[in-house]
Design a protein around this ligand. Structure first.
Ligand code: 5AD
Ligand code: SF4
Length: 459
C-alpha cells in the first residue's frame, strides 16, 4: 500500500471562501494535514496540495471556484513540467452541492470533499495518490467528523469554535439546508474540551459558530441534572473557564432567540453586547414567501426585549433585496424596519437564484437593475447607521482585545466589544490582552484611540 505520509517539507495552500464556518473548517484541515508533513503555503504557486474551501450561498461565490480552478490548472501543469505534482482538492459547500459536476467540468481536480467529510482528507490524499481520476467524499456524518479531529492549535487570541452545524429552517432562498444538512449540536463536553485547550494556548475570546447557532441544544454535562441545555446555559458554562474573557455567538435565528439566551445576555458579562440577528426583509408578505417563520412585528418586538435585557447591545443583520415578488412597497418596508431597529453593521445582498431551492422556481423574479437600485438604497442607509454608531464611540473608553501588530510601527490593532477594529499606539506586550482604550477618532473602517494613562503606566 502507498504510504499516505508525504516526505517532510510538503506544502498545502488553502483558499477559503464564504462564512466563518469555512474559516474554522480550513483551520481544522490545516491541523489535520500538519502531522502528515504539510506546512501552510501562502500562495498556490508550487504547492503540493491546493484546497479550495468553497461557498455555494450565492451564484457569484460558486462561480469564483470555477475561475480559480482554471488558474490552478495552469499552475498544476507548470509544476508537472518541473517533474513535480500538484494535487487539487475542492472542499466545502460547492463540493457538496456540485461534486459530480466539478469532476466533469474540471478534470484537474483530484479530490472533492464535502463539509462533513473533510476529517477523511488524509485517506483521500492516499487514495488520490494511488488512483488516477477523482476521489469524491460527500457523506454526512457530523459527530464522526468532530470525534476524529484532534486538538487544534490556536492562531491568535480570538478563535472560532463550531458548536452547531446545519439547518432545518429551509428559507426558500437558501442552499444551506442542502449543503450542510440537518441541524446537529456538538455535546457540551467536546465543546468545553476545545474551549479549555484554546484558553490554555492564550485564547481570550471565543466565537461559538453554527449556521443556526441558537438552535444549539444538548444534554447537560455528566454530573449535572436537569433538562436539555440551550445556548444560554452553554455560554454561562463556558464563561466559567479561566482565561476565556469574551464570548460571542453567530449566526442566530429570530425564531430560536429564547428567554434563556436573552437572560444570559443580560446577566453574563463575558457575553459581548453585540448580536448578529438576520431578518432578511421587512415586508410580512416577503418574510412569509421566504419561509422565515416570523413577521416584521415579531422581530421588532424581539429586539425590544433583547435591548431591555441588555441596553448596551448593538445589532447586526443580513438583508436580501429583490426576492421574487418583492414590490417597491415591500422594499420600503425593509427600509422602514432598518430605520426602526438601527444597526451597528450589516450585510446586504441581491437575491441570487439558487438551483434546487423553492425561490428559484417562483414567479415574479425581480429584474437585475431593480435589484441593483434597491441594494444601493439599502446599503446607503445601513452605511449611514454604521458610521453614526462608530462616531458615537468617540470619547468612550472601550475594552479592546489586542489581536495583532498594526501597519505602522508601534501600533496594535484590536477589537472593541462591538467587533470594531481599533488602532492604538501600544507596546507588543499587550498583544492578547484586553485593555481600556479611549476612543479619539473614527476612519471609514476603524476606530483610533489611546491607552488610558493607567493602562500605559502598567504596560
Ligand atoms: N441570495 C442572496 N443572499 C442569500 N443569502 C442566503 N441565500 C441567499 C441567496 N440565494 C444571504 C442571507 C443569509 C446570508 C448568509 O446570505 O442573507 O443570511
Ligand atoms: Fe439558510 Fe435560512 Fe437556514 Fe439561515 S436559517 S442557513 S438563511 S435556510
Amino acid at each position: 500500500m502507498t504510504d499516505p505520509r508525504p516526505k517532510q517539507g510538503k506544502s498545502v495552500f488553502i483558499r477559503t471562501y464564504g462564512c466563518q464556518m469555512n474559516v474554522y473548517d480550513s483551520e481544522r484541515m490545516a491541523g489535520l494535514l500538519k502531522p502528515l508533513g504539510y506546512g501552510l503555503a501562502d500562495k498556490p504557486e508550487g504547492a503540493d496540495l491546493v484546497i479550495l474551501n468553497t461557498c455555494h450561498i450565492r451564484e457569484k461565490a460558486a462561480e469564483k471556484v470555477y475561475s480559480e480552478l482554471g488558474r490552478l490548472k495552469r499552475l498544476k501543469a507548470d509544476k508537472a513540467k518541473t517533474g513535480g505534482e500538484m494535487k487539487i482538492a475542492v472542499a466545502g459547500c460547492v463540493a457538496q452541492a456540485e461534486g459530480p459536476e466539478i469532476a466533469a467540468r474540471a478534470p484537474q481536480v483530484d479530490m472533492v470533499v464535502g463539509p462533513q467529510a473533510y476529517h477523511r482528507l488524509p485517506e483521500l490524499i492516499a487514495k488520490a495518490a494511488r488512483e488516477r481520476g477523482d476521489v469524491l467524499d460527500t457523506d454526512f456524518a457530523v459527530e464522526e467528523k468532530f470525534d476524529r479531529l484532534a486538538a487544534r492549535e490556536a492562531a491568535g487570541p480570538s478563535a472560532f469554535l463550531t458548536v452547531q452545524e446545519g439547518c432545518d429552517k429551509f428559507c426558500t432562498f437558501c442552499v444551506v439546508p442542502y449543503t450542510r444538512g440537518a441541524e446537529v449540536s456538538r455535546n457540551v463536553d467536546a465543546i468545553v474540551a476545545e474551549a479549555r485547550s484554546l484558553a490554555a494556548q492564550g485564547v481570550r475570546e471565543i466565537t461559538l459558530i453554527g449556521q443556526n447557532v441558537n438552535a444549539w441544544a444538548s444534554a447537560p454535562p455528566a454530573g449535572v441534572s436537569g433538562d436539555q441545555w440551550g445556548l444560554g446555559e452553554l455560554c454561562r458554562h463556558l464563561a466559567k473557564i479561566d482565561g476565556i474573557e469574551r464570548i460571542r455567538f453567530t449566526t442566530s435565528h429570530p425564531r430560536d432567540m429564547d428567554d434563556g439566551l436573552i437572560a444570559a445576555l443580560a446577566e453574563e458579562e463575558k457575553l459581548m453586547p453585540y448580536l448578529h440577528l438576520p431578518v432578511q426583509a421587512g415586508s410580512d408578505k416577503i418574510l412569509k414567501a421566504m419561509n422565515r417563520g416570523h413577521n416584521g412585528e415579531h422581530y421588532v418586538r424581539l429586539i425590544e426585549r433583547i435591548r431591555a435585557a441588555r441596553p448596551d447591545i448593538a445589532l447586526s443583520g443580513d438583508f436580501i433585496v429583490g426576492f421574487p415578488g418583492e414590490t417597491n412597497e415591500d422594499f420600503e418596508a425593509t427600509l422602514a424596519l432598518v430605520e426602526e431597529v438601527g444597526y451597528a453593521s450589516a450585510y446586504s445582498f441581491k437575491y441570487s437564484r439558487r438551483p434546487g431551492t423553492p425561490g428559484a422556481a417562483m414567479g415574479k423574479q425581480v429584474a437585475e437593475d431593480e435589484k441593483d437600485a434597491r441594494l444601493a438604497r439599502l446599503q446607503s442607509l445601513l452605511e449611514s447607521q454604521r458610521q453614526a454608531f462608530n462616531a458615537a464611540q468617540i470619547g468612550a473608553e472601550l475594552p479592546v482585545l489586542f489581536e495583532k501588530p498594526g501597519r505602522n510601527e508601534g501600533q496594535l490593532v484590536g477589537r472593541s466589544p462591538y467587533l470594531q477594529s481599533v488602532h492604538v499606539r501600544a507596546p507588543h506586550s499587550l498583544l492578547g490582552k484586553i485593555v481600556k482604550v479611549k476612543i479619539e477618532d473614527v476612519t471609514p473602517n476603524a476606530l483610533a484611540g489611546a491607552l488610558s494613562s493607567k493602562e500605559e503606566a502598567a504596560a
